[in-house]
Ligand binder design. Structure first.
Ligand code: ATP
Ligand code: MG
Length: 374
């Protein structure tokens, strides 16, 4: 797996259980996965030599993030190394303009969108679709970095004053007045088997995933099936292998796709304890072309709350209180240095009532971050 973040760290747990050799290319020895995986290469994902040396002897190469440049992936393929998802599929998760064009071509509902090169073009776009406009860099964004909601041409000018990195471009999108955000995850294998996880609701705070409830509360069966159908269709039509997350907006008029991730995703962390087969295990099974596991949820409701870095630099001391208060809660800490707002872990609780589970999950996450002390 290229990338040594928390997704690789949690995939390593699944690989350990399955007895599968698991090598990680991490940027530094302190990365979450590098701290726990014994077969670690240290190197940059955009250094061709480092990636080729890492991939030597691997049966399959997959990803913890989507930032590996396409020419490097093509070089791996040219050497006969299985890259899953493949470079062509992955391009849709790497570049939001590429993704919008491909989704539009296969009739997947998207917000109105357009490539823009100047604030004047944003103003023209707003003349048809209204303010605010959502401006995005087509490449390199994550956790809301690379996304701005602009309300005027002056604000657009301010945002676009920052030069774009590399071959990133500006994407303008209509601001979608969503009632909530959903995520539909599927796993798909090279020979075309696919399974769909229950559709979940996600809450983003400042662009960062904060909470997930599985399955989404009160979602009609029609909309749930339609979200799963969209995700399965995207996986098939874009030839995705591994886990695919489709982030969706639920609106009064139905579903609209926000974006795609072709790897395990924050909206699926609940599945470690909450599903018969976790997203990490199914990602491995899919990229190895093994039969996929049952994605069914194990309880009426499962809640995941992210632990964001706060004022407390040392997280271990919270265990005494959190575990004494709630014997059922499951905690995952990623081994990251605490910085304000950084994702450093998550908690999961299973039960019957989403509101009660959310209260328990939030309490634990707030206690870890230091936002509360009792
Ligand atoms: N067109 C839109 N209309 C309304 N809100 C939007 C729109 N696009 C994005 N957002 C809001 O901004 C958040 C981040 O956007 P997006 O998912 O595109 O960015 P990202 O940084 O790539 O996110 P991620 O952390 O999932 O990688 C969304 O979850 C949503 O809350
Ligand atoms: Mg997103």
């Amino acid at each position: 797996m290229i990338g040594g973040g928390q997704l690789a760290r949690m995939t390593a747990e699944a690989a350990t259980a399955l007895g599968i050799g698991f090598r990680v290319l991490a940027a530094s020895p302190g990365d979450p996965a590098a701290l726990v995986v014994h077969d670690v290469h240290i190197g940059d994902h955009d250094d061709p030599e480092a990636v080729l040396a890492f991939a030597e002897g691997c049966d399959v190469v997959t990803f913890d993030h989507e930032h590996v440049p396409t020419p490097i992936l093509e070089a791996l393929v040219a050497r006969g190394i299985a890259v899953r998802p493949g470079p062509r599929a992955l391009a849709h998760a790497q570049d939001k303009l590429h993704m919008r064009a491909a989704l539009t071509a296969i009739n997947v509902p998207c917000p109105a969108w357009q490539q823009v090169q100047s604030a004047a073009e944003v103003e023209l776009f707003a003349a048809s679709h209204g303010w605010p406009v959502v401006l995005k860099t087509s490449r390199g964004g994550y956790d809301g970095r690379g996304v701005w909601v602009v309300r005027s041409v002056v604000e657009a000018t301010g945002v676009m004053g920052t030069p774009l990195a590399g071959d990133s471009r500006w994407l303008a999108e209509q601001f979608v007045p969503f009632t909530r955000e959903l995520s539909a995850q599927v796993a798909r294998s090279p020979h075309g088997q696919a399974v769909a996880y229950p559709v979940v609701q996600t809450t983003q705070i400042d662009g960062i995933c904060a909470e997930v409830v599985a399955p989404a509360v009160g979602l009609s069966e029609d909309l749930a099936l339609s979200a799963q159908e969209i995700a399965l269709r995207i996986a098939r039509d874009l030839d995705v292998v591994g886990m695919l997350a489709v982030e969706l907006f639920q609106t009064a008029d139905g579903l609209v796709v926000n974006e795609l991730a072709m790897r395990p995703h924050n909206s699926g962390h609940w599945s470690i304890e909450g599903a018969v087969t976790s997203q990490f295990e199914n990602h491995l099974r899919a990229v190895l072309d093994l039969p996929l596991g049952d994605p069914s949820v194990r309880a009426p409701s499962v809640v995941m709350v992210n632990i964001l870095g706060g004022s407390v630099g040392e997280l271990y001391s919270a265990y005494r209180h959190v575990f004494a208060r709630d014997a059922e809660i499951k905690v995952h800490l990623y081994g990251k240095e605490v910085r304000p707002g950084r994702k450093v872990g998550h908690v999961t609780v299973l039960g019957d009532d989403a509101d009660a589970l959310l209260a328990r999950g939030r309490h634990a996450a707030d206690y870890f971050s230091g936002a509360i002390d009792e």
